[in-house]
Design a protein around this ligand. Sequence first.
Ligand SMILES: *Cc1c(COP(=O)(O)O)cnc(C)c1O
Length: 230
Amino acid sequence: MHAIGANLERINKRIASAAERCGRTPDAVQLVAVSKTLPPATVHAAVQAGITLFGENYIQEAREKFNALAAQPVTWHFIGHLQSNKAKYAVRMFDLIHSVDSIKLAGELNKQAQKINKRQAVLIQVNISGETTKSGTTAQNALALARHIIDLEHLSLKGLMTMPPFFNQPEKARPYFKSLHKLAEELNPVLPADAQLTELSMGMTGDFETAVEEGATLVRIGTALFGERD
Ligand SMILES: *Cc1c(COP(=O)(O)O)cnc(C)c1O
């Protein structure tokens, strides 16, 4: 518990300095605490340390924690690859789904959100690097997918998400963060005023300061907060 609190303080300071370096205000950046693989007790300890927003990658695992933490003032984001057949569970738990990458998935989320009378907030995951192992739509297809999502009544499009290739130097990830930001700026003028891409989900333990410098509004951090995962 102690460690999480101290880690949180350090991370918040690093986010704040990165934001200030480029003239942004630190509260323009939200920390998503990535709790995948961690037990509910650890999430509980993180809540005690002041964290209220968690990111999960797997539906089944998230359901356990969602139920265990039901009485706590926490919100959940889905950041992993989502299969259409899990959309039903996703809309019940998550305030924001970062990983919409196909028309099929968008359609299924819309259908399931309608059933529970919800407007589901989503991001489009973009495979900015074009690596074949990464999920996400291509930058070229992002506009078509955005237009499709905007037409779905029970979805609300908020922005873009990306995962750059893995590097051990954050500077190498910078061009990918820049590209995602640029893509949002190119799409916004042709999208409706009430569907602007204002959220950029980018940056993890190894590169979140670079991501903040390039305009991230959501950074997804696991290891720096909780230590190495098993
Ligand atoms: C695991 C994961 C993270 C967090 O990674 P760390 O390097 O532990 O901070 C962020 N985003 C996604 C999509 C992840 O799967």
